[in-house]
Design a protein around this ligand. Structure first.
Ligand code: DGY
Length: 323
């Protein structure tokens, strides 16, 4: 069994994989994105690939890997970088790593919400540049979070964790949209949240709008001019989900018109390449896809990917099989 890990993992997870006796493990080095040629060579070489969210897998890879690659044991909860239909059509199973990163992704989203609302990035830049002229009543006024209304798009694990934090910690009213008809007990346990019928209805009531839906074709650019147009004036967008969920042109228009007063972003279209317009807005907080980036979490993601692989290789159904 030849196993490829496409990017460097925390050492403890790498060591466990190397010692697990599952096969011959290649920990790819350097820690950079694989080129098209590397992917095509990997299609003929590996029985198992453990990719991650920043991998760009060419469309031609899937048919080329048919009969050789058995599983993508993904490191990460999001799997929009994998063409699931093409994988399944070519006999490749897919697993992901939910749960272990829920808390710290919701923590990061809260951090972005506060940083954007309270202008922490702008304040830090001003202070570092020596431009702070001292306390004054009109200096760098932001938006109050406590008691405000938070709209959530996508009420899965991370959306629910965000709702609990916002409601239990900061007295926020939580409204949300999800295609899933969420049972009352789950709404009550997660911020006493209210489910509304559409994204525009949520936007119309939101002081803060936080995205927690998956990326991919179904959600591509769904936060568009209609959603921004429906927002309460001066609302703040938080995106720790996927960059391609947001129509970035519409985002800049909403900032220009004042519909949005600020944004806190962790993810972007075509990341790590950033549309240069982002750098021209002082009221956007820019984080480099840090949602799961805490010490224990990145290790736990590796362990979860290995758990899935072990189950698969034993002929069992992995806990996190993507269907
Ligand atoms: C994931 O696991 O999908 C996250 O985006 C990584 O932080």
């Amino acid at each position: 069994m030849k196993i490829l890990v496409t990017r460097a993992w925390p050492k403890a997870a790498e060591s466990r994989l190397e010692q697990a006796g599952l096969g011959e493990v290649t920990l790819r080095n350097p820690d950079t994105s694989m080129s098209h040629d590397e992917w095509m060579a990997a299609a003929e070489t590996y029985d198992v690939i453990m990719p991650t969210v920043s991998d760009k897998i060419p469309a031609e890879f899937y048919p080329a890997a048919k009969g050789k690659l058995k599983i993508f044991a993904n490191y990460g909860v999001g799997f929009n970088h994998i063409d699931i239909d093409a994988a399944h059509a070519n006999g490749i199973a897919v697993t992901n790593t939910p749960d272990v990163l829920t808390d710290c992704t919701a923590d990061l989203a809260m951090g972005l919400m506060f940083a954007a609302a309270r202008r922490i990035g702008e304040g830090e830049r001003e202070t570092r540049a020596g431009g702070w002229k001292g306390w004054r009543p009109t200096h760098m006024i932001g938006k109050k979070v406590t008691g405000a209304t938070l709209g959530i798009i996508g009420f899965g694990r991370i959306g629910q964790a965000m709702a609990r934090r916002a409601h239990n910690g900061f007295g926020m009213r939580v409204v949300f949209q999800d295609a899933w008809n969420v049972p009352d007990d789950i709404k009550a346990a997660n911020g006493n949240a209210e489910q509304l019928g559409s994204m525009t209805e949520v936007a119309a009531q939101s002081d803060f709008l936080s995205l927690h839906c998956p990326g991919g074709a179904d959600t591509y650019k769904m936060i568009n001019a209609d959603v921004f147009g429906a927002l309460k004036p001066g609302a703040i967008l938080v995106n720790s989900a996927r960059g391609d969920v947001v129509d970035e042109d519409a985002l800049f228009d909403a900032l220009d018109s004042g519909k949005l007063s600020a944004a806190g972003l962790d993810v972007y279209h075509n990341e790590p390449a950033l549309d240069p317009r982002f750098l021209t807005y002082d009221n956007i907080v820019l984080a480099p896809h840090l949602g799961s980036a805490t010490d224990g979490t990145r290790e736990a993601m590796g362990h979860r990917a290995i758990d899935n692989l072990e189950a698969f290789l034993k002929g069992e159904r992995p806990g996190d099989l993507v269907t």
